[in-house]
Design a protein around this ligand. Structure first.
Ligand code: SAM
Length: 274
C-alpha cells in the first residue's frame, strides 16, 4: 500500500468530475502537448493522455513509479521526468499547455517559473486561499504582490471551488481550479526584473503609501533611505499622476496604476544614471 507523503503535498484527486473539469477547461485537443506537475497515482495524467497529443509529467517521488509503469502500458504518449519541477529546465520541453493539481508547497515559485517560460493556457489546482489571492482586485484584503505579479501578465479566473472530499487523503482546506491565460498585450512592462523588484519593495508595506513603502524598504532597490527620499522628491514632481499615485496606499492601486508607476520610476532612475 502506498503511504502518501504530506511534505510532498500528496493529496490525490479521487473525484473524476474535477479531473474532467480541469481537462475540459484547458480545452485539450490532439494538437496539444501538455505539461503536468506531479503524477501522483496518475488520475489526471490518464485523462490528459486520452485527449492530448503528448503529456510530459514531472514527478519528484520515484516511489510512485509503479503507477507510472501501469499508465505507460496503456498509453504511449506519456513521458515521465523524475525530478524537482523547480529545477527541471522547462526550455527543453516543447509543451503548449499546463494542467496540474499542484503540490501546495511550490505553488508560488512554480507559477512564476511557468509564466516566465510561457504557454498558451494553464489550468492549475491550488489551495483556495492562494487562488483568491491570485484573482484579487485592488482594495481587498487578498490583494497583494501575487495578484499584481500574475494579473499584469495574464488573465486569471477561478473556474471551480473544490471540496476536501475530492481528494484522498483529505486536505484541511478547500482547493480551486484556476485558468491562466498569458496576455502579453495587456500591459507594457518596461523592465521585468525591475518590475518584480518594485512589487517586492512596495508590497512589504501594503497599508502604507507607496512613498513610505519605497523609503522604508529602499534597500531592496539598492538605495539608502536618505537617497530614496531625495529621489522621490524629484520623482513626484515629474507629473501630477505620479504625485497622486505615490501618495496612495499600496493596496489601493490597481494593476494598471502599479505597472505605470513602475515604468515611470524605472525610466526616471535610468535617466538619473545617464
Ligand atoms: N496529479 C495527481 C493527482 O491529481 O492526484 C497528484 C497531485 S498531488 C497534489 C502533487 C504531486 O506532486 C505528488 O505526486 C507529489 O509527489 C508531487 N510533487 C511534490 N513536490 C514536487 C516537486 N517539487 N516537483 C515535482 N513533483 C512534486
Amino acid at each position: 500500500m502506498f503511504k502518501p507523503k504530506k511534505k510532498l503535498g500528496q493529496c490525490f484527486l479521487i473525484d473524476k468530475n474535477f479531473v474532467k473539469k480541469a481537462v475540459e477547461s484547458a480545452e485539450i485537443t490532439k494538437d496539444d502537448i501538455v505539461l503536468e506537475i506531479g503524477l501522483g497515482k496518475g488520475i489526471l495524467t490518464e485523462e490528459l493522455a486520452k485527449n492530448a497529443k503528448k503529456v510530459y509529467v514531472i514527478e519528484i517521488d520515484k516511489s510512485l513509479e509503479p503507477y507510472a509503469n501501469k499508465l505507460k502500458e496503456n498509453y504511449n504518449n506519456i513521458e515521465i521526468i523524475w525530478g524537482d519541477a523547480l529545477k527541471v529546465n522547462l526550455d527543453e520541453l516543447d509543451f503548449n499547455k499546463v494542467v496540474a493539481n499542484l503540490p501546495y508547497q511550490i505553488s508560488s515559485p512554480i507559477t512564476f517559473k511557468l509564466i516566465k517560460k510561457g504557454f498558451d493556457l494553464a489550468v492549475l489546482m491550488y489551495q483556495y486561499e492562494f487562488a483568491r489571492r491570485m484573482v484579487a482586485k485592488e482594495g481587498t484584503k487578498d490583494y497583494g504582490r501575487l495578484s499584481v505579479a500574475v494579473q499584469s501578465r495574464a488573465d486569471v479566473e477561478i473556474v471551480a471551488k473544490v471540496p476536501p472530499t475530492a481528494f484522498s487523503p483529505r486536505p484541511k482546506v478547500y482547493s480551486a481550479i484556476v485558468k491562466i491565460k498569458p496576455n502579453k498585450n495587456k500591459y507594457h512592462i518596461e523592465n521585468e526584473d525591475f518590475f518584480d523588484d518594485f512589487l517586492r519593495t512596495i508590497f512589504q508595506h501594503r497599508n502604507k503609501s507607496v512613498r513610505k513603502a519605497l523609503i522604508n524598504s529602499s534597500k531592496e532597490l539598492n538605495y539608502s533611505k536618505d537617497e530614496m527620499k531625495k529621489i522621490l522628491e524629484e520623482f513626484s514632481n515629474t507629473n501630477l499622476e505620479v504625485k497622486n499615485l505615490i501618495n496612495e496606499k499600496v493596496f489601493k492601486l490597481s494593476v494598471k496604476d502599479i505597472v505605470n508607476l513602475s515604468n515611470e520610476f524605472y525610466r526616471f532612475l535610468k535617466r538619473d544614471k545617464n
